[in-house]
Design a protein around this ligand. Structure first.
Ligand SMILES: Cc1ncc(C[n+]2csc(CCOP(=O)(O)OP(=O)(O)O)c2C)c(N)n1
Ligand SMILES: CC(=O)[C@@H](O)[C@H](O)COP(=O)(O)O
Ligand SMILES: [Mg+2]
Length: 619
């Protein structure tokens, strides 16, 4: 067992090269067994085992810096840096993070979770190294999917100016979460035809040398220009033409070949791209056959690959998916956009029903939003379906390109609020704040499945920018007796009480219903409101309630700053200063990983705590 010998950073240097394949097998087995129990990002990690071993073999930690893009493929790196024994706690509260975390290890150079920023971060490390006269190596590893994101190109453009070493590894498995898309993907596919390329290079060199008199001189001249002969004959040579050295492609499961190339790359004075071809899900048949299903998985049975927990009820994503297909049938102008997440956002069904009106733009949220603006100006009604935390990438595009032009673009924002195991990088706790500050934006959150579809319909039939945000997981099916039409800026009274009013937003409506029950047991009968709209506020209802209510408690799964509660506070202070408002929201912090229920309790969004706040507030 070679894995037993890996207990701390750099232990890999004690393993003989001949034993690396055995170590790779042991790591792969460990990953399959461990992730089958905890869940996690399996397929990407299985594909990156040999790549990680080869990189670790040529680096020294923590002096050298290794930056993982997204970071969902860093499990082997965690094992090699002494964290193997923590894998039982992977993605659990207080446990090992599913992503690199500087707080977890000094071998994690950069906290990650969102894609396409690894080259920028690496370049920053390189410039700092050079300014401070250090000699360490810096390596950024970016996937072919992450290479569809704009930041990667901004960084490559900048890195081309370097005259000191910076290694950029493209981990190309020809997959994003789903099938990778776009021109760069096509370009990498062309480079990937290794045999053709190598054969052609040798063949062409020989052929050119044979040209009478000038042949050898031509080959030498090409070499002297620091280019290679391939540059003449492979179309594009995008990286080298930009001024970056390109090495590869190399088989990402052949460690000797990779180490040879990495050692060569370490000698390059400038930015060097090493193109590594890997197989997503390598070594575990269900994962290599269905890499999308095993991109992120819950616990599963190793023999069959089947999930251990069966999905019981429709999620909000399912409800959105169904609503989009229905509305797409009714309105031929409706189009859908995803930034590389057709499955996660539920747009797969729309894609199948209306392939011409479905656009996967790659991991490019900024572009997705401005592309939607263009579609809207061209007469289409675009729905941008995106996870809350990833939409953070596109705040200026929403503000400048959509809202300023009052465009009819709909944002369907999934995974809003606490998402659980992915932790602080993926919690969707900021969208009310960054969306409701934008002039002209309508921001909604549904209390249940019916309301999500009704809000989507209202948004499609409306005008101007709309955002609907809904949480991860099973859709609430309660409150079916409350189906008042969705009118812009109108809240819904669920029960009329006295003295105190609870104004609940979206996912918090069902939690607050439990709080109301607890309060009634104490003889307190609050008015219970489903806010529906974060923006515009239902000020007419606030005016009406202010006549006979002294306390307003707002409850939302969003940070307090800039959230629903603060907007209610501002209005009440200005118009009804005699009333007291207590906002219940997530306080000023990043919320770490854990189960959604447990995290809600931790941040004060439990029925008991809400009831307690109301009780003390009116006494
Ligand atoms: C800004 C942002 N958008 C979307 C995602 C969701 N996401 C995580 S991994 C991934 C695919 C990455 O593909 P690639 O870089 O090729 O890595 P692979 O999974 O193939 O190993 C996506 C879309 C993200 N993490 N960050
Ligand atoms: C790494 C990443 O960003 C995605 O894979 C994310 O973990 C998906 O989240 P869901 O599982 O909620 O779709
Ligand atoms: Mg990939």
């Amino acid at each position: 067992m070679f894995l037993e010998k890996i207990n701390k950073p750099n232990d890999i240097h004690k393993i003989a090269l001949a034993d690396f394949p055995q170590l790779a097998d042991e790591i792969r087995q460990f990953l399959i067994e461990s992730v089958s129990r905890t869940g996690g990002h399996l397929a990407s990690n299985l594909g990156a085992v040999e790549l990680t071993l080869a990189i670790h073999n040529v680096l020294d930690f923590p002096e050298d810096k290794l930056i993982w893009d997204v970071g969902h493929q860093a499990y082997t790196h965690k094992i090699l840096t002494g964290r193997k024994d923590a894998f039982a706690t992977l993605r659990k509260e207080g446990g090992l993070s599913g992503f690199p975390k500087r707080a977890e290890s000094d071998c994690d150079a950069f906290d990650a979770g969102h894609s396409s920023n690894s080259i920028s971060a690496g370049l920053g490390y390189v410039r700092a190294r050079d300014l401070l006269g250090r000699k360490n190596h810096v390596v950024s590893v970016i996937g072919d999917g992450a290479l569809t994101g704009g930041m990667a190109y901004e960084a490559l453009n900048n890195a081309a100016e370097l005259d000191t070493n910076f290694i950029i590894v493209i981990n190309d498995n020809n997959m994003s979460i789903s099938k990778n898309v776009g021109g760069m993907s096509t370009y990498l596919s062309a480079l990937r035809t290794a045999e053709a390329y190598t054969g052609m290079k040798i063949g062409v060199t020989k052929a050119v040398k044979k040209i009478p008199k000038v042949g050898t001189a031509m080959v030498d001249a090409v070499r002297r220009t620091k280019s290679s002969i391939k540059q003449l004959f492979i179309p594009g040579m995008l990286f080298e033409n930009m001024g970056l050295t390109y090495l590869g492609p190399v088989d990402g499961h052949n460690m000797r070949q990779m180490m040879k190339l990495f050692n060569e790359a370490k000698r390059v004075e400038g930015a060097v791209v090493v193109h590594v071809i890997t197989e997503k899900g390598r070594g575990y048949k269900p994962a290599s056959t269905y890499p999308d299903r095993f991109h992120g998985t819950g616990p599963f049975d190793i023999q069959t690959g089947k999930p251990l927990t069966v999905k019981e009820a429709p999620t909000y994503t399912d409800v959105f998916a169904k609503g989009m297909v229905r509305l797409g049938e009714e309105n031929t102008k409706l189009a859908a956009i995803t930034a590389a997440m057709p499955e996660g956002t539920g747009l797969k069904a729309f894609q199948q029903a209306f392939p011409d009106r479905f656009f996967d733009v790659g991991i490019a949220e900024e572009h997705a939003v401005t592309f939607a603006a263009g579609l809207a100006l061209g007469g289409i009604i675009p729905v941008v379906a995106v996870y809350s935390s990833f939409l953070q990438r596109a705040v200026d595009q929403i503000l400048h390109d959509v809202c300023m032009q009052k465009l009819h673009v709909i944002f369907a924002i999934d995974r809003a609020g606490l998402v659980g195991a992915d932790g602080e990088t993926h919690q969707g706790n900021f969208d009310f704040s960054y969306l409701s500050m934008m002039p002209g934006m309508t921001v909604m959150a549904p209390k249940n499945d019916w309301e999500l579809e009704a809000m989507l319909e209202a948004a499609v039939n409306g005008d101007g920018p709309y955002a609907i945000r809904y949480p991860k997981g099973t859709a609430c099916t309660e409150f079916q007796q409350f189906q008042a039409p969705i009118l812009r800026g109108k809240a819904e009274i669920l029960s009329k009480g006295k003295k105190a009013a609870i104004l609940a937003v979206g996912s918090m409506v069902s939690v607050c219903q439990d709080a109301v029950k607890l309060l009634k047991e104490q003889g307190i009968d609050p008015t219970f409101v489903n806010a529906r709209f974060i923006k515009p506020l239902d000020t007419a209802l606030l005016d009406e309630l202010a006549e006979d209510h002294q306390l307003f408690v707002t409850v939302e799964e969003n940070v307090k700053s800039g959230g629903f509660g603060e907007h209610v506070c501002a209005y009440m202070e200005a118009c009804h200063p005699g009333c007291r408002v207590i906002p219940i929201a997530i306080w000023d912090r990043f919320v770490p990983q854990g189960s959604i229920d447990s995290l809600r309790c931790k941040v004060g969004l439990s029925a008991a705590e809400i009831a307690q706040t109301v009780e003390t507030g009116i006494s």
